[in-house]
Design a protein around this ligand. Structure first.
Ligand SMILES: [Zn+2]
Length: 249
């Protein structure tokens, strides 16, 4: 018999366990709980119809290391979330360097000037959204210049870059019939340029080969012979990247 304390997992569209958010698949006749990691790094939880939230949460916690490993295989960002506070002196990274935040009356939009991020104190309440906008706008311009030599070396025509929130992924790309484009996570703009280059090369290679086949890695290696170093540095570095979480006090 169900009690209110043991609500069914299927009453939720999504289960959040720590830094992991899982889509709850519709109930089916299955008898075991399972987590699947979709192509785009979306996590899906499949469970029998009488599974409680507590049981599902426990299951996700037990499988946490496995989930991180699977996400890492999909070039996803992993690890516990880094949180920020929008107070004087908080540090924010841009292109691998850290800058302090200063709250200044008189600035309307966030700007990076004289080695500091400047934000109007009235924006601090929604500081995370404002910072994301800054990374997106500034990053789009920077990336559109940065990608050009790589596109040329790849022998492609023009490829545009869009900066988005890609959840667990650094980047995404899908070949199309018309003009090609790739997506880069706004959070990637915190990384040093050499690692952003690796993300660009990786996504450009996906325009030729969708999967991580030997052919795919051969394309990456041709443009970036030291890519394996960048790949492993990115996996380590990525754990310290801010993805937009706000420190709750
Ligand atoms: Zn990939």
């Amino acid at each position: 018999m169900a009690t209110t304390a043991l609500a069914s997992i299927h009453e939720l569209p999504e289960l959040v366990v720590g830094d992991l958010a899982l889509v709850v698949a519709p109930a089916s006749e299955r008898t075991t709980i399972e987590i699947t990691v979709e192509r785009d790094a979306t996590l899906v939880l499949k469970a029998p119809h009488d599974t409680s939230v507590e049981r599902a949460t426990q299951f996700v916690n037990d499988k946490r290391q496995w989930v991180y490993r699977k996400l890492a295989e999909k070039d996803a960002l992993t690890g516990p979330p880094i949180t920020k506070q929008f107070v004087e002196g908080e540090g924010f990274a841009y292109l691998g360097r850290s800058y302090r935040l200063t709250l200044t009356e008189g600035v309307t939009e966030i700007r990076l000037e004289r080695g500091r991020f400047q934000m109007n104190p009235s924006q601090a309440g929604e500081g995370a959204a404002a910072m994301r906008r800054w990374y997106t706008t500034t990053g789009t311009q920077w990336l559109q210049r940065r990608i050009r030599p790589w596109v040329k070396r790849m022998g492609q025509d023009d490829v545009s870059v869009a900066v988005r929130d890609l959840g667990y992924r650094w980047g995404s790309a899908r070949p199309t019939e018309g003009p090609q484009s790739i997506n880069v996570h706004w959070a990637a703009l915190q990384l040093p340029p050499s690692l952003i280059d690796y993300i660009l090369v990786h996504e450009l290679a996906h325009l030729h080969e969708t999967n991580h086949t030997p052919e795919f890695w051969a394309i990456v290696a041709r443009l970036m012979p030291a890519y394996e170093t960048h790949k492993s540095v990115l996996a380590t570095f990525g754990k310290n990247i801010w993805l937009g979480s706000v420190h709750e006090r």
